[in-house]
Design a protein around this ligand. Structure first.
Ligand SMILES: Nc1ncnc2c1ncn2[C@@H]1O[C@H](COP(=O)(O)OP(=O)(O)OP(=O)(O)O)[C@@H](O)[C@H]1O
Ligand SMILES: [Mg+2]
Length: 423
């Protein structure tokens, strides 16, 4: 039980950490990428601005000027393999260009990214307007445009390296976090486990300690009732009430002791497991409960569709089925029917206990296996029920690797199905 809780805690912890790490990684990636593009834009702007003074010469002499003049001011910052510079007149007509990038893209002032099919896949472009010298600053006289562009291959390489680095770093961080999480979840569970063990021990001890005084009361009451002549007629009823209350308390302490001993243990110890023929124990129970059914005027029918055995503990399995059969008989009014069937379904034995009783309300169904839960507390108490029968039945089924399910309809009846793995 706690192992399961520990894994769930660790998983939640890992999921939270993975979410934080991925948000952090994405943030770093976006921040660094934006900075790289901003730097590239600055570089392109500087290049375009450096090329602006040569605009008039380019306009007059065209690309001849660019071939002749080696000492152009932007020469040192221009990388002809990765960058490109273009001069346009005021109408957007290309005057000259420098560089190997082949751009066929509409002119637009400012920064842009051009996506392409061929390599380089992305080109960053920065276009500035060039104004005539001495023009009025309020009404500048447009001379043309200069467009500087560069492939973003370098940035993409840095980005993919960053993705790798962040991915690997994130994986390693998650690995370390899981180690830390294992230790933390262990530490977090320890106090819960301890108090659970203490509670379990307390319940077991208290139930165990109550057994002897209850046995003593029961023995004394039995002795007194064996000699009715010694009892004052007025006390006979009181004695009967004491006997009934004692029986109910013994039943409750036995149930509590059983639950306290089995709580937290996942399955029956291997040494206690032997093949148990289900037909035999069910037949035996039917014979045992037949007088009770006749008393209540309820027809108890059984149908065996297979001979099946399960590995387990005979006493516990008998208790599982008797709890369910007793319930079915108890909560079925006179004239009703209880049908017990045993069938095989794949590797499983399927025992179903169907009654035509009072049924359980739909919204109550999720609670029927809870400890001390009873639909009608007043009546169940009057009838001697403690509300532990189904909780015990479920604990036994789970210890045998099985499962109980219930379907019910108020006024029509209930059907409890038990699935147990066969030998
Ligand atoms: N076959 C059934 N038909 C209708 N109600 C049922 C049936 N079986 C169980 N219940 C409801 O579920 C409740 C819990 O059942 P459970 O067997 O755990 O306790 P109980 O029968 O009240 O007491 P005990 O501990 O003596 O068995 C019952 O009080 C009853 O309200
Ligand atoms: Mg019961």
């Amino acid at each position: 039980m706690f192992q399961n809780l520990r894994w769930r805690l660790l998983l939640s912890y890992l999921m939270v950490m993975a979410a934080i790490l991925s948000i952090f990684g994405t943030g770093v990636y976006i921040f660094v990428s934006r900075n790289l593009y901003r730097q590239l834009d600055k570089k392109l702007l500087t290049l375009a601005q450096a090329a602006a003074p040569s605009f008039t010469d380019v306009e007059i002499k065209g690309s001849r000027y660019l071939e002749q003049v080696d000492a152009v001011p932007w020469r040192d910052i221009f990388n002809r393999d990765q960058q490109s510079l273009e001069w346009f007149d005021a109408k957007g007509k290309l005057l000259a260009s420098r560089g190997t990038l082949d751009l066929n893209f509409r002119l637009s002032v400012g920064s842009q990214t051009l996506e392409r099919w061929q390599k380089p896949k992305q080109i960053r472009i920065y276009t500035i307007s060039v104004f005539k010298d001495g023009s009025n600053p309020n009404q500048p006289n447009l001379e043309g445009y200069i467009r500087a562009s560069q492939s973003t291959e370098d940035i993409e390489t840095v980005q993919s390296q960053m993705l790798w680095g962040l991915g690997m770093g994130g994986m390693m961080a998650l690995g370390l976090v899981s180690l830390g999480g294992l230790w933390l979840s262990q530490k977090a569970i320890e106090p819960i486990e301890q108090s659970f063990q203490q509670l379990k021990q307390f319940t077991a001890d208290a139930s165990h300690e109550l057994r002897s005084p209850l046995t003593a009361i029961k023995a004394s009451v039995d002795v007194m009732r064996n000699h009715p002549e010694r009892i004052h007629p007025k006390d006979a009823k009181k004695l009967a009430a004491i006997a009934s209350a004692t029986a109910q308390m013994s039943h409750l302490t036995e149930d509590l002791l059983f639950l306290a001993r089995t709580d937290g243990t996942v399955s029956t110890p291997v040494r206690d497991r032997i093949p148990i023929p289900l037909n035999k124990i069910l037949q035996h129970l039917v014979e045992l409960l037949e007088p009770f059914a006749q008393d209540k005027d309820v027809a108890l029918q059984s149908q065996w569709f297979a001979n099946l055995s399960v590995m387990g503990d005979e006493t516990q399995l008998t208790r599982l089925f008797s709890n369910l059969l007793e319930n079915a008989l108890q909560y079925t009014p006179p004239g009703g029917k209880v049908i017990l069937t045993l069938a095989k379904h794949n590797r499983f034995a399927l025992v179903s206990i169907k009654d035509t009783g009072i049924g359980i309300e739909r919204e109550h169904l999720p609670f029927v296996f809870d400890r001390f839960w009873r639909a009608d507390k007043a009546r169940s108490r009057r009838e001697g029920g403690t509300g532990l029968g189904l909780a015990i039945a479920q604990a036994i089924a789970q210890r045998h690797g099985g499962k109980i399910t219930v379907t019910s309809q108020v006024g029509c009846g209930s059907c409890f199905q038990i699935r147990l793995p066969t030998v």
